[in-house]
Write a protein that binds this ligand. Structure first.
Ligand code: ATP
Length: 336
């Protein structure tokens, strides 16, 4: 090893503390072992450059948070990477395979699975039927067969067994025969995550997994995300809640106005002036060229420190975002 640290002897992904970046962290920095590499990916909507990513590598076997103010381009970038939208330019690889122009269905079959901000579980199907549909993303299988067990014999039993294990793990086994429409918002998020695992993905991409989830289920969801990594998967997730990001992310990528403006470990990134700029510039009536104004804002936030959820070392951005989240979502994201 050149960095003086060692790889874990077994595949213990939680114990691997080697540096993620090769050299200094920063926008577009190289990673020791990237699973996704994106180059010059752009997407315009009318006059807006929704995504303008010059270069980005996503580290394998790590949990990466993609953060940024509303409208930064996070969801659009997710859509592009996973084949749900087409870029104006650019190329990207997943596990060494080029994905530009590859359909969402094939991307999923290759092991890159995503969930959505608003869950896409099928309300008129039962929990178990939703799980079976997840397995249909595996090579050589047809969606239509997923629901007709008589046509499928042994393979169907295998899939049902796999689904039972996952449903138990996600504490949804008691709901297996309930319609997905009857589940709470948090349970639907759990179901969507469990269903994504039916395809045995290498990379799981979660778009705001905690949004709309009540505090009782938040910890459970966080544990499930950490488990994905423990089991050898790579996770990329979009999240607004900085507490969540600090808690589970190994690496943070910050987008603003379509571009990557910062990258690094959570504690470092949240104190990065470029990140503070990205958030405050978008959401606060402060002239960032005016140092006095910025200082006044810092003081105001420091004063509020005890009244917002946040820790001393979280820095100005964590405080601000905690406040901002609370205002913007009307209390949707409660904190425990
Ligand atoms: P949020 O955190 O609010 O979900 P985001 O970072 O995911 O935001 P996007 O939803 O990707 O941001 O949006 C990026 C920009 O692209 C925004 O200006 C948005 O209005 C615009 N945009 C996204 N999708 C479309 C579309 N289908 N048509 C036109 N403009 C769009």
């Amino acid at each position: 090893m050149t960095d003086g640290t060692r790889a874990p002897e077994t595949a213990d992904y939680m114990a691997d503390t080697r540096p993620i970046a090769v050299g200094e962290a920063g926008p577009g920095c190289k990673k020791r072992d990237p699973i996704v590499v994106a180059r010059h990916v752009t997407r315009r909507f009318g006059g807006i450059n929704a995504v303008d990513v010059d270069y980005l590598e996503i580290p394998r076997h790590k949990i990466t948070a993609l953060i940024g103010p509303n409208g930064a381009g996070k969801t659009t970038f997710f859509n592009l990477l996973t084949g749900f939208d087409q870029p104006n330019s650019g190329e990207w690889t997943f596990d060494g395979h080029s994905l530009a122009g590859v359909s969402a269905y094939k991307v999923a079959r290759m092991g890159m699975i995503r969930t959505f901000q608003l869950t896409k579980v099928m309300g008129k199907l039962t929990v178990m039927e939703n799980m079976r549909l997840g397995a249909a993303n595996q090579p050589g299988e047809r969606l239509s067969k997923a629901l007709f067990k008589n046509l499928w014999g042994g393979r169907e039993q295998e899939i049902t067994a796999q689904a039972e294990v996952l449903l138990q793990k996600f504490k949804l086994d008691a709901k297996r025969d309930d319609y997905a429409a009857s589940l709470s918002g948090g349970q639907r998020k759990l179901l969507e995550m469990a269903r994504s695992l039916m395809a045995q993905p290498k990379l799981v991409m979660l778009d705001e997994p905690m949004a709309g989830v009540n505090p009782a289920l938040t910890q459970s969801l966080l544990d499930h995300v950490k488990n994905l990594k423990a089991e050898g998967m790579t996770v990329l997730f979009v999240e607004h809640d900085m507490q969540v990001v600090r808690h589970i992310a190994d690496w943070v990528v910050v987008m603003a106005e379509g571009r990557i403006v910062a990258e690094g470990p959570p504690a470092v990134v949240m104190k990065d002036p470029a990140v503070i700029d990205a958030y405050l510039g978008a959401h606060h009536d402060v002239d960032l060229g005016d140092m006095q104004g910025l200082q006044a804002l810092e003081e105001e936030l420091a004063h509020d420190r005890k009244s917002v959820v946040g820790t001393e070392d979280e820095g100005i951005i964590g405080q601000h975002v905690a406040e901002y989240d609370g205002r913007e979502d009307g209390g949707r994201r409660e904190r425990g």
